[in-house]
Design a protein. Structure first.
Ligand SMILES: NC(=O)c1ccc[n+]([C@@H]2O[C@H](COP(=O)([O-])OP(=O)(O)OC[C@H]3O[C@@H](n4cnc5c(N)ncnc54)[C@H](OP(=O)(O)O)[C@@H]3O)[C@@H](O)[C@H]2O)c1
Length: 263
């Protein structure tokens, strides 16, 4: 566990399962100490931490629902105490909306998705910025904010407005952060996957097509569904020295897009 991210302190929200799990393992493999955030599934978070430690890395898990500002403040304080100030945050935690049309979506559902995908991450980033700026100004030399968004902010599928709208709001904020924070050596970028083979992806495919992920592999780009590791590799590039003059970008990880616009 040593490499390009030696000395970096990363926080991955929703790092216990799916995309976040792969990102946490990938960043640890490159040498970062990793704070693994989760909401409910403590065992899954503990497993990620154990895997990192078994490989010689540093990791701790932290329970906090993104969107609960008090819990997030406590988590940031605990990470700073345990590992040091975070200089790399991957805002990944999230859940999908319920598939209803705008007409049939209660106002509360829009508010809930905005809280998880936009207001919560904005609050988290605001809490992290002072420490991140200080780290970037000192030995670390840079800070990174990476948002895991979705290609649905451009494909805008029917039945997903609360999710798509909240992701789009956060994308705008990240692009603004990119301009505001570059004087502080902080990069802010967006990774926008299409369908990914996770629990969320499995549910989306089941709801949209009544199928399993394996059933749609052959008709997916490159004959397979995107893996969490595909997304993690893109994150690893964005936070590396190879992306040293890159900020405010949105990388779409969808194999060039589906042949149809189901996702
Ligand atoms: N899968 C796809 O097809 C796909 C496509 C495009 C974009 N994305 C995006 O990729 C990200 C990860 O999705 P995934 O597919 O990996 O989902 P997943 O398999 O359902 O995993 C979700 C993770 O987020 C955590 N989480 C959910 N809500 C949270 C909250 N409010 N606070 C803290 N943690 C929370 C979960 O923790 P607990 O288990 O503890 O609840 C879990 O670790 C999401 O932002 C999603 O919108 C996914």
């Amino acid at each position: 566990m040593s490499g390009a991210l030696d000395g970096r302190i990363a926080l991955v929200t929703g790092g216990s399962r799916g995309v976040g799990r792969a990102v946490a393992l990938r960043l640890a493999r490159a040498g970062a100490a990793v704070a693994v955030n989760y909401r409910r599934d403590a065992d899954a978070a503990a497993e990620v931490v154990a895997l990192i430690r078994e490989s010689g890395g540093r990791a701790e898990s932290y329970r906090a629902a993104i969107g609960d500002d008090d819990a997030v403040a406590e988590m940031v304080a605990a990470i700073t105490r345990d590992l040091g100030p975070v200089d790399l945050v991957v805002s990944n935690a999230g859940s999908a909306s319920r598939g209803a049309t705008v007409e049939h979506t209660p106002q509360a559902d829009f508010a809930a998705l905005m809280r998880v995908h936009a207001f919560g991450p904005i609050g988290l980033i605001r809490a992290l910025l002072p420490g991140m700026r200080a780290a970037a100004a000192n030995s670390v030399g840079r800070g990174d904010i990476v948002m895991i968004s979705s290609n649905s902010t451009t494909t805008t599928p029917a039945g997903a407005a609360p999710y798509t709208m909240a992701k789009a709001a956060m994308e705008s904020c990240v692009r603004t952060l990119a301009r505001e924070e570059r004087p502080h050596r902080i990069h802010a970028n967006i990774v926008a996957p299409g369908l990914v083979a996770t629990e969320m992806g499995r549910r989306l495919v089941s709801a949209a097509r009544g199928a399993e992920l394996d059933d749609i592999a052959a008709t997916s780009p490159f004959g397979r569904v995107c893996t969490p590791e595909d997304v993690a590799g893109t994150v690893a590039f964005l936070v590396s020295g190879d992306a040293g003059y890159l900020t405010g970008q949105r990388l779409t990880v969808d194999g060039g897009g589906p042949d149809t616009e189901l996702f």
